[in-house]
Write a protein that binds this ligand. Structure first.
Ligand SMILES: [Zn+2]
Length: 107
């Protein structure tokens, strides 16, 4: 496989971005380390992984964790029970009504 080069780029959107190396997130940093184009465009390395080094070992550890998670997902898939979309929307309405009532008391 040819080498893939991650480069430093500025961002003006300060949020936490997913790190593909460790599965964690960046802090709200100004500089991101990302692959700019090609097959792995957007592959990101957080500042903590950069600082700690040994990126290949971290990637392999994360890949093992993803494999374990994939097994858990397959096991859980037929058993997971979730609320309906209607139940979700009703909960949202109750939440909004609760906060509107609290605002009305505050005014
Ligand atoms: Zn990381």
């Amino acid at each position: 496989m040819m080498n893939v080069k991650a480069e430093l780029r500025e961002t003006n959107f300060f949020t936490r971005y997913y790190c593909h190396v460790c599965g964690g997130c960046t802090e709200k940093v100004a500089i991101l380390t990302e692959v700019p184009d090609g097959e792995y465009e957007g592959f990101r390395v957080c500042e903590r992984c950069l600082e700690a080094g040994d990126i290949p070992a971290k990637m392999c550890k994360h890949a093992d964790e993803l494999n374990e998670f994939a097994e858990e997902l397959r096991k859980l898939a037929p058993a997971l029970e979730v609320p309906s979309r209607d139940e979700y929307q009703a909960a949202e309405r109750r939440y909004e009504e609760k906060w509107r009532a609290a605002e009305a008391v505050a005014e």
